[in-house]
Design a protein around this ligand. Sequence first.
Ligand code: ZN
Length: 449
Amino acid sequence: MIDIQTRHSQGSLMHVDTLLKCRWVIPMVPKNTILENVVIAIKAGNIVKLLSPKEAEAFSADETFELNDHVVIPGLVNAHSHAPMNLLRGMGADLSLMDWLQTKIWPAEAKLMGHDFAYEGAKLAAQEMLLSGITCTNDQYFFSEDIARAFEDSAMKCTVSAIVIGFPSAMAQSTDDYFRCADALFERFQGNAHVRVSVGPHAPYTVDDAALTRAAKLSEKHGAPIHMHIDETAFEVSESLRLYGMRPVERLARLGIINDRLISVHTVHPDDREIELLAKAGASVAHCPSSNLKLASGFAPIAKMMQKGINIAIGTDSVASNDKLDMLAETRLAAMLGKATAAEPTTMKVFDMLYAATMGGAKAIGWGDRIGSIEAGKAADLVAINLADINTIPTTDVATQLLYSADRSQISHVWTDGQCVVSKQLLQKSPYFDREYSVNVAKKWQNAL
Ligand SMILES: [Zn+2]
């Protein structure tokens, strides 16, 4: 039973905007920690303090949430998405990556791509993400300015990519053109509280050495993350060996791409030397197990990479290869698949996985200073999951049941910057969830295809 009470400042009470009275909190920092009966105080969009119920008596708030059966975690961070592709959901099942791209995705994109497609697709993605507890995503696509606007309009945070790809698109005709768009994107969002920008060379097989070197320099200039698909398929590796005489990570290391700002997406087929290079550089890996399984790309050696100290994050990829933006499901799958791939059930531990889905993602995509953990001073981007549900009773081990049993339908509340953007009451009438808008947008683009 959730009760929202309104109170006003009285006497000498310390006044905050919101108090969340939580049965359980998993703050992610410090690691391996569950707090019980904790009150989170929120003011001006930030977490002020974590209080005991006794300490909380000294506080008044405009709004208090009683979360008696809930675990509260930091907002989930989706480390790899292509948000506008929500408009291509369901397209091209049962194909290999190259067939899927060449016969389905790229032709559809060639037909539809533009500012409206990017914005409206990203709006649909943002709604699905928020309902799944995702409060920040790391996106790579064309027309990133429109995508960022869609996430801003949805009260989310994001990192969007200044994409660089070796063929013309509706957005840019040449490498110079892509870099002009990149400069404009960095300029547009400089200092923005909700949008950060990465450099997004698409993949080793779609970007040449000269453009990769420029991308590395641009990332260095802005201190921005590099968001790139790397070692996704065995074919990519064999082509790299054939064309360059070396594996993708080795080639990228020579071009200045492998460093602590790199988000290496997928990374299904690294050999030991490539893992070593990524680990030594302090790079992050965005693991997207559903996409790798659906496209039969293979089984990422994620336990080994984690053991070597690589920062692991979890991503959904797009709905065209997943086909849903469900970080709880993705993280559960990552844990189970990682254990099986390593033939080692003691790896991919519960707290490590929950960390990957929050703080690991935040660190990877350049948001570690603001989000990813429940700590004083960080943005109040939070998710409450009701564990008094048939999926998760009896609740004997909160973290384990959150990872392995909870479903996204159990997410009862989502806050971003302290504002409650998802709750059962809000869904009826919310500026962020307009079912009619979504259905009409989906229909419009389906007809255009
Ligand atoms: Zn991708």
